[in-house]
Design a protein around this ligand. Structure first.
Ligand SMILES: *[C@@H]1O[C@H](CO)[C@@H](O)[C@H](O)[C@H]1NC(C)=O
Ligand SMILES: *[C@@H]1O[C@H](CO)[C@@H](O)[C@H](O)[C@H]1NC(C)=O
Ligand SMILES: *[C@@H]1O[C@H](CO)[C@@H](O)[C@H](O)[C@H]1NC(C)=O
Ligand SMILES: *[C@@H]1O[C@H](CO)[C@@H](O)[C@H](O)[C@H]1NC(C)=O
Length: 280
């Protein structure tokens, strides 16, 4: 009885080990799962699923995905699936580039994309150029001659050094010959700022600074141990609000993955440091 129980325990343990080890080696990351934490990238994620590029991405060990957000993806939606697949496979780079690596790039670099590995690429269609501008700005465009760098780097969305990085760019890059170009979205219409009436509008916004009137007593010189300076003007009620209004939050991002990616980034920095030391 006892023997039977213990042997079944051994079998169970073996099974658990088998399953856990196989699930680790088979599936390191899942691009759809990564993107599911970013609601503004879900339309892009859907296109990866439709074209099955997600499967090709998940099979790689070292990859960077240039993602575009919902508002910029519209120009792709109504095209044939094959065309979307070709275009999007130019957004999948066969190397790992995170923020840390971007900063160390030469002024221009040419990156090999997944489209190159299909064998269907002519000329430089399978490559994109990354150009580094001053102030940690980066722009991307097709490497085909005379292609403009249409997509601006927006932010790093996810990184798992040195396997997968997701960078958000401002719009899709359509290499010449792969489909109609997508024009950048028009800038928002210009609305002149309203003329600022001196102080009359203060009462209107109760969300911002506390209005001075009620606060006069708090700041009256009599309450203050410090003597008023000689030329003190009539005490204008203190302009600066006691507590500043709360900062607007970036609502696009879930906080959890960003702290995780910060961890990855930190370990990436450490690793890069060691690598650099090894070379010296
Ligand atoms: C990450 O990349 C390394 C080096 O290429 C590779 O050995 C490892 O299997 C990769 N990890 C995953 C989860 O793909
Ligand atoms: C982005 O588009 C997808 C569907 O295409 C939608 O499910 C998702 O809610 C959208 N996200 C935002 C933030 O609008
Ligand atoms: C892309 O970059 C390469 C080298 O970095 C450069 O020779 C080439 O002219 C660039 N092409 C475009 C279209 O910017
Ligand atoms: C501002 O105050 C008015 C009246 O006191 C109130 O109805 C309104 O909800 C307040 N608005 C904000 C943004 O607090």
């Amino acid at each position: 009885m006892e023997l039977k129980a213990s042997s079944s325990l051994v079998v169970l343990t073996a099974l658990v080990l088998l399953f856990s080890s196989s699930s680790v080696s088979v599936n390191g990351f899942d691009i759809i799962k990564i993107l599911s934490n970013h609601p503004n990238l879900l339309a892009f994620s859907d296109l990866l699923s439709q074209t099955k590029l997600n499967e090709a991405i998940n099979k790689r060990k070292t990859i960077t995905v240039l993602a575009v957000d919902n508002s910029s993806i519209g120009g792709l939606n109504d095209r044939p699936v094959d065309e979307i697949k070709n275009i999007l496979s130019v957004h999948v780079i066969l190397d790992y580039y995170d923020m840390n690596k971007l900063k160390k790039l030469p002024k221009t670099s040419s990156w090999t994309t997944m489209f190159q590995s299909t064998g269907n690429a002519n000329d430089k269609q399978g490559y994109i150029n990354c150009t580094r501008l001053p102030g940690e700005q980066f722009v991307f465009g097709s490497s085909v001659k005379n292609s403009p760098p249409v997509a601006k780097f927006v932010k790093s969305v996810f990184s798992q050094p040195f396997n997968i990085s997701v960078l958000q760019v401002s719009q899709p890059i359509v290499a010449p010959g792969l489909g109609d170009v997508i024009l950048p979205p028009p800038p928002p219409p210009y609305t002149p700022p309203p003329a600022m009436p001196p102080k009359a509008s203060r009462k209107k916004s109760n969300a911002s600074a506390p209005v001075a009137e009620g606060d006069d007593d708090e700041f009256a010189p009599s309450d203050s141990p410090i003597e008023a300076p000689i030329e003190a003007p009539a005490p204008e009620p203190v302009e600066a609000p006691a507590q500043s209004p709360p900062e607007p939050k970036d609502e696009a991002e879930a906080p959890a993955p960003s702290s995780a990616s910060r961890l990855y980034l930190a370990s990436g920095v450490a690793l890069a440091g060691f690598t650099a030391m090894a070379f010296i």
